[in-house]
Design a protein around this ligand. Structure first.
Ligand SMILES: Cc1cc2nc3c(=O)[nH]c(=O)nc-3n(C[C@H](O)[C@H](O)[C@H](O)COP(=O)(O)O)c2cc1C
Length: 173
């Protein structure tokens, strides 16, 4: 099972559009996959309970999307030159043992030109700390609003190919 995470809870995010497009590439490859949209996180998940006995709904999300996944693709928007705080808060609430030897990959998304290069490096550091494997290929989807429309139709053939090829590599990973 490959889980594709849209790593922001911002409404109407382009990361969710990209994550859905990534899932559709995996489905075309007949790969078992699911989408984890961070908008489904409980609104109060980052309260003090995050560090102790987490709520039943968080345990369910972590079990379904992290523990039971063989591979995880993080679709990560660039926020203030890094990955979103909501993603770090989520990772802080997951038992580190659940990431040990997990196969992961990072797709960067930005309005600007960097495609979240910095956020990919920051997140790679955290995932390596957690003893996860991070795929060497990290697509940088820059100027995302000209690459794909809100309905998930690709406008930029090169970026579409990057995601298509990456999904194939993730199946083989
Ligand atoms: C809090 C916040 C910070 C952002 N910081 C950056 C940034 O540092 N560089 C950049 O190119 N775009 C930045 N953006 C724009 C996002 O990259 C843009 O919204 C893009 O569509 C991906 O984010 P989304 O998935 O929330 O739509 C920022 C957006 C938000 C909401």
């Amino acid at each position: 099972m490959i889980t594709v995470i849209s790593a922001t809870n911002r409404p109407n995010s382009m990361s969710l559009v990209v994550a859905q497009a990534y899932v559709s590439e995996l489905q075309q490859l007949e790969e078992d996959c699911q989408l984890f949209d961070f908008q489904t996180l409980p609104a109060d998940f980052a309260g003090p309970a995050l560090y102790g006995e987490t709520s039943a709904s968080m345990r369910d999300l972590i079990g379904r999307y992290i523990e039971q996944s063989d591979k995880i693709v993080f679709v990560v928007p660039e926020y203030q030159g890094s990955f979103p705080g909501v993603l770090k808060a989520f990772l802080d609430g997951v038992a580190p043992r659940l990431f040990k030897n997990k196969k992961t990959a990072i797709v960067g998304v930005s309005d600007g030109r960097a495609g979240n290069l910095r956020g990919q490096e920051h997140l790679t550091g955290v995932l390596h700390y957690l003893k996860a494997h991070v795929h060497y290929s990290k697509p940088k989807l820059s100027q995302i609003n000209t690459a794909i429309d809100r309905n998930g139709h690709w406008l930029d053939a090169v970026m579409h190919k990057m995601v298509h090829d990456h999904a194939r590599e993730m199946v083989e990973f």
